[in-house]
Design a protein around this ligand. Structure first.
Ligand SMILES: [Zn+2]
Length: 253
């Protein structure tokens, strides 16, 4: 029997018996913290190789037509614009903002253009990091590569946390780069997508439970559970329906 990979509870049920593109694997939900998690996780080395070829994956999944970062920038444009309009109230003019998993850089571009913000990209895909260099002041492949004294008013991670095997360590790493009273702004796909939790569509589940999402967070408990491990973090939770983009983003990555 397997324990929850987030809170270690043994109160776990299997909810699906397949991972996309794999011969074996399964999906579980924790009765204690409500997180959905897969087994097995990808190893750190598998992940590193995977994200170096991430644009090719997006073509295979049908999200982008070509692996050119210009294509990624074009396809993501409308959903990034929508995200920016939803979240712009979180960001002060002329502040310093870092985005982890910044892909082709569209959100950083808007932060700089609309709010005169100093931007930082953290993107492990070299091609995307190079493509987006016109949108940022600082650029790094990973958080660990940043100078310790580089601190931000806000750190964003959109559709990133669900890719992380050790979310508590990840959040702690982000916090080291926050100024006093800084904020972390996170967006994740929901575990309670109606096609999964209400209609229980097996073909959709076969497609959605991808090996690169070790965790799926729910509105009710999971993010709060992580937050509770970091007493000084105040969490504010918002939900919005990004359909049809939500399906595309979830499917893509
Ligand atoms: Zn749990």
């Amino acid at each position: 029997m397997i324990n929850c990979k987030l809170c270690h509870s043994s109160d776990v049920i299997q909810i699906h018996d397949k991972l996309y593109s794999k011969d074996s694997g399964a999906v579980y939900r924790c009765g204690a913290c409500d997180v959905v998690f897969i087994d097995p996780f990808m190893s750190d080395e598998e992940s590193r190789l995977f994200y170096q070829n991430y644009n090719d994956y997006l073509v295979r999944r049908g999200v982008n037509v070509t692996a050119d970062p210009q294509e990624d920038y074009r396809v993501r444009g409308p959903s990034i614009q929508e995200r920016f309009e939803n979240l712009r109230g979180f960001f002060a003019k002329k502040s310093a903002v870092c985005e982890v998993g910044s892909a082709s850089g569209g959100f950083l571009e808007l932060l700089h253009k609309e709010l005169d913000i100093d931007t930082c990209a953290v993107e492990q895909n070299e091609v995307n990091l190079a493509f987006s260099s016109k949108f940022y002041k600082w650029g790094y492949n990973d958080i660990e590569g940043m100078p310790d004294d580089l601190k931000f008013d806000s750190i964003c991670a959109f559709h990133v946390l669900e890719h992380i095997n050790r979310p508590q360590d990840f959040l702690e790493n982000l916090r080291k780069h926050l100024k006093p009273n800084g904020q972390i702004v996170i967006e994740v796909p929901g575990a309670d997508d109606a096609l999964l939790s209400l209609y229980r569509s097996k073909p959709y589940a076969d497609w959605m439970y991808i090996p690169i999402h070790p965790f799926w967070y729910s509105a009710t408990a999971s993010i709060t559970d992580i937050k509770d491990n970091y007493n000084s973090l105040d969490a504010e939770l918002g939900e919005f329906n990004r359909n049809p983009q939500s399906a595309e983003e979830g499917a893509g990555g």
